[in-house]
Design a protein around this ligand. Sequence first.
Ligand SMILES: NC(=O)c1ccc[n+]([C@@H]2O[C@H](COP(=O)([O-])OP(=O)(O)OC[C@H]3O[C@@H](n4cnc5c(N)ncnc54)[C@H](O)[C@@H]3O)[C@@H](O)[C@H]2O)c1
Length: 271
Amino acid sequence: MKELNKKVAVITGAGSGIGRALAKSLAARGCRLALSDINDAGLAETAAQLEGAEVRTYRLDVSDRDALYAHAEQVAKAFGQVNLVINNAGVALSASVREMTDEDFRWVMDIDFWGVAHGTRAFLPHLIASGDGHVVNLSSVFGLIGVPKQSAYNAAKFAVRGFTESLRQEMQLEGLPVAVSCVHPGGIRTNIARAARMGKSENAEAQRRGFDKLAMTTPEKAAEIIVRGILRDEARILVGPDAWGIDALNRLLGSAYQPLVARFSRKNLYV
Ligand SMILES: NC(=O)c1ccc[n+]([C@@H]2O[C@H](COP(=O)([O-])OP(=O)(O)OC[C@H]3O[C@@H](n4cnc5c(N)ncnc54)[C@H](O)[C@@H]3O)[C@@H](O)[C@H]2O)c1
């Protein structure tokens, strides 16, 4: 996709953070937007910031498979085509493997993995039909390395990466007109930590403060990097200097990154 003007872009989780910043960036480039979120107020606030753009908003829970498939049909019908789908909606959980509940584990997987997988599969026929499609799936640096107390999030984000990298190769092998990118942000200053669930023995306030201290990239900068990655058809889009650092550490050390992360976590997560 070399040109975004007049392209139809779908963004899930557009009511906050990276999704909202992406909506603003794509609107400024002339995209027609189908924005969704589970949070009506956040979504309305995003739409209010997009004066002049063609925008439709939809209340959507991405963990509801049938609702996602119905959404894909509704958007395709309303706009006549779909070119870009950004599966962005996500949540976080901080809890150890021993302590987390099945319910919280499932909550993360349903939104962060299944929301992305169903979002991709529901829109894929429309993206192929457009003749110029692009799927962008939000993983994380936690889709590159494992981190204590992030096992559920790690599982979902590693799964998103495997699913997305497989799809990119399939589209190429089958000669289908759909580019595929997997995004790995480092810490981005959004609401994600405030909205996160915590295991019962976690010090939630300390963790949220820690996140605010470590998150070094604004959502606007993140959106700029992601849009540039889309225009360059990058398979892997790393967002922020911390993401580049973690990627490098992972490549250099292989599994030997783990003692380093554990040492860092003892200071920052076991508080
Ligand atoms: N902020 C970071 O540091 C960071 C780092 C790596 C990856 N990410 C990923 O980036 C994506 C965007 O997160 P963000 O940082 O902008 O967070 P955010 O909390 O600011 O925004 C997430 C949005 O997703 C929506 N959402 C939550 N559950 C939903 C559901 N079931 N259905 C539909 N929408 C739902 C929320 O209402 C919210 O508007 C997520 O996938 C997240 O995992 C974020």
